[in-house]
Each structure stands twice: as C-alpha cells, then as structure tokens.
Design a protein around this ligand. Structure first.
Ligand SMILES: Nc1ncnc2c1ncn2[C@@H]1O[C@H](COP(=O)(O)OP(=O)(O)OP(=O)(O)O)[C@@H](O)[C@H]1O
Length: 270
C-alpha cells in the first residue's frame, strides 16, 4: 500500500499562479475526490502528482519518495498509474497492444511480453468489460470503450496508486457506476478529479474542493459537499438530500436565479 502527499505546492504558468499553498494527504487505500469548477486547477494538481507538471515550489511524495528528486518516470510507473485527459496517439494499435503497454514499466529492457503479461492484460480487459475486444483497432472504438481500455491499461500496470482525471468521461450511466464500483473495489490509493458530484459523494472516502488554485475544503464527503459551500464555489443553487435508492448523498442543481417552488421545505442554498 502506498500513500501520497503534496506539501505547499505552487505551480505557475507564465505570469499566472495556477496552484498555490496546496497541501494534500492521501492515506493508503483511500479514494480522494478532487472537485471544483472548470479551470480551478484539478488537472494541474493531478499532473504534478504523476510527475508531468513540475511544481515551482513544494514537494510531492509517493510512498515516501519525492517524485521529482527520488524517482524516474519508469520507477514511478511501477507504483502509480494514470488515466489522464490527454488522449494517447496509440489509436493505430489494437486494444490488446495498448493495454500491454501498461506492462512496460515492469519489463527489463529488451525483454518481450511473457505469458504472465498476457494473463494480466486479459484480466484487466475482462474487469472493464472489454474482454471480447482484444484484437479490435483502437481507432474504431466509441468514446466510452476507449475510456475503459485506458482504465484497463492502468490496471495492467498493477499499481498501488491510481490517478484518474474524469474517469467516467464518455461513459453511460451504467458504465459510470460499473467503473466507480470497480475502482472502489480495488483497494488502491486513488486520487480522482470528478465533475459528477453525486458520483464523488457515493464513492469517495474524502473530498477535496479546489477553487482558483487553492484548496477551500478538505474533509468528509458530507461536510465538503455542503449546499452552501458548493453554491458559493460553483455559483448555482444546490440541493443536498439522501438518494432514494442507496441512502447516500445526492445532489441536485439549478441556476442561481431559480426561484424555489412555493412549498419547498428542503435545504437549499440560495
Ligand atoms: N500550460 C499552461 N499554460 C497556461 N495556462 C495553463 C496551462 N495549464 C493550465 N493552465 C491554466 O491553469 C488553470 C487550471 O487548469 P486545469 O486544467 O488544472 O483546470 P481543471 O480544474 O482541471 O479544469 P477542467 O475542469 O476544465 O478540466 C486554467 O485556467 C488553465 O487555463
């Protein structure tokens, strides 16, 4: 098991400060949901965790190692797998070939794929419901199928840390729930950026709310996904209630200027 932390991170892009004063601690085996408006800095924070954006100040530790000073990208990839927003240029390859690239960090240079690698790839594809698609070209897959394949590639890395940037992008509602159930069942330390706040509420152990490059709340799901806080950050009306089917937190939204119906007795932020 591996924990992840960030200490006093600052990221600048040209004259802009994109992230500042970021402190984050992710305990082994927990799922953290990173939520916030467009452009608030979620992807930049994730990219600094997976060693693509080097912070201008501060430190990122994965399993106690400083990702920039102690780890090469290859060594980090033996521990940490990513499903990012970047779309790889691998669409000339088959599904099986793309997922097999997840085994590369574990290969000695020059070693070919083993039967063990093939078994890991088959298992990863089966887990995301793509076991029948191994030989199809990536170029012909739908957006949701591609997203599942990219998750399978991350699983094939056999990581102890997963970083997911909008993992349910392009997925239909059933697939969203299946993927979140799968991730929750892995028991792997997970940091994910999520726009679907009801999904974040259902599957994350903790929520970190980020706005304009700063963490504005970090805590239990029901404390952070609070109607007043979300209303202030997103500029919309928010209703928090219990999901009628699961009892988990459920959120509904309306434009800021929406009047309440006459007999509304539920908690709604204005
Ligand atoms: N390389 C860059 N150069 C200039 N500005 C950048 C760069 N990368 C990110 N930014 C800016 O930093 C801010 C944060 O971007 P980021 O992608 O981290 O936001 P986000 O919260 O992931 O947004 P979204 O929800 O829209 O995906 C944005 O305003 C973005 O335009």
């Amino acid at each position: 098991m591996t924990d992840v932390s960030a200490h006093d991170l600052v990221v600048r892009r040209g004259p802009r400060v994109v992230l500042t004063g970021i402190d984050l601690a992710v305990t082994s085996g927990t799922i953290i949901g990173l939520v916030g408006p467009n452009g608030s800095g979620k992807s930049t924070l994730l990219r600094s965790l997976y060693r693509v954006v080097e912070p201008d100040a501060g430190v990122v530790l994965v399993g106690g190692s400083d990702v920039w000073r102690d780890l090469t990208p290859r060594r980090l990839a033996r521990t940490l797998a990513v499903v990012g927003q970047e779309r790889p240029s691998e669409f000339a390859f088959t599904v099986g070939e793309v997922v097999m690239t997840g085994r590369t960090p574990h290969h000695r240079i020059g070693r070919g794929d083993t039967r063990g690698d093939v078994a890991v790839v088959e298992d990863a594809l089966a887990r995301v419901g793509m076991g029948e698609h191994t030989n199809r070209p990536m170029s012909e897959l739908s957006g949701g199928e591609k997203q599942r394949v990219l998750l399978a590639r991350a699983l094939a890395q056999q990581p102890t840390v997963l970083v997911l940037d909008e993992p349910t992008n392009h997925l239909d509602i059933r697939a969203q729930l299946e993927i979140m159930e799968l991730v929750a069942g892995l028991g792997v330390t997970t940091v994910m950026a999520v726009h679907e706040l009801t999904l974040a509420a259902a599957y994350c152990d903790r929520i970190v709310l980020i706005d304009q490059g700063r963490i504005v709340a970090d805590g239990d799901t029901r404390d952070v996904l609070d109607s007043d806080l979300l209303s202030a950050v997103f500029g919309v009306r928010v209703h928090c209630g219990d999901h009628p089917l699961t009892g988990r937190l459920q959120l509904s939204f309306a434009p800021a200027d929406t009047p309440s119906p006459p007999t509304n007795d539920t908690k709604v932020a204005t």
